[in-house]
Design a binder for this molecule. Structure first.
Ligand code: IMP
Ligand code: MG
Length: 185
């Protein structure tokens, strides 16, 4: 696995530091919003599998009453490295009306996944719907999507590690890395 790595883009220390800062921002916005409204819990909608490591680290920095729901969307089947268009694979929770919802995903690329999930949840009338991604590619489609919290803006390269995969491999790498071109094929 190590020998497939081309370059380490974000190391463990930077990831931990940034995730902590994102959690502080999220918690502070949540407290500000709460003074005006009545909800007393946060609902996190996480999009697996790529977001799971990020989610695990983020929620442990968030000392708030919360529920976590997973919504599975498939867009990069198997070894493809460009989106084929999002498709809902799991059921979507249907009790999000008047809730405070935070959508968490790993990376914003074409933006289609986030927009797709936002439309499904938005239709239920949540009181607040915010969006958080660990990574955003510096490309027009991703930058055009309005998200509330972004961990890192990265160059337009295919990345793996810290939850992100190629053909379901490399998710357990603790850093965000690029792969050698001969590995991706
Ligand atoms: P989008 O719908 O094109 O924004 O893509 C979002 C999903 O595609 C993410 O949740 C990832 O699972 C996957 N994805 C996009 N870019 C990458 C990448 O560079 N590496 C691994 N997965 C990616
Ligand atoms: Mg994903």
């Amino acid at each position: 696995m190590e020998r497939d790595i081309e370059e380490v883009l974000i190391n463990q220390e930077k990831l931990a530091e940034r995730v902590g800062a994102l959690a502080e921002e999220i918690a502070s916005d949540y407290e500000d919003d709460r003074s005006e409204h009545v909800w007393d819990e946060l609902t996190i909608i996480a999009i697996p599998t790529g977001s799971l490591i990020f989610l695990a680290d983020l929620i442990r920095c968030l000392p708030l009453k919360m529920r976590i729901r997973l919504v599975t969307v498939s867009s990069y089947p198997g070894r493809s490295t460009s989106t084929q268009g999002p498709e809902l694979v799991s059921q979507i929770p249907e009790d999000l009306g008047n809730q405070y919802v935070l959508i968490v995903d790993d990376i914003l690329d074409s933006g289609k996944t986030i927009q797709f999930v936002r439309e499904l949840i938005g239709a239920q009338g949540p009181a607040v719907m915010r969006t958080c991604v660990l990574l955003r590619k510096k490309i027009a489609s991703a930058m055009a999507v309005d998200v509330d919290y972004v961990g890192f803006d990265i160059e337009d390269r295919f990345v793996v590690g810290y939850g992100l995969d190629f053909d379901d491999y490399y998710r357990n790498l603790p850093e965000v890395v690029t792969l050698r071109p001969e590995v991706i094929g």
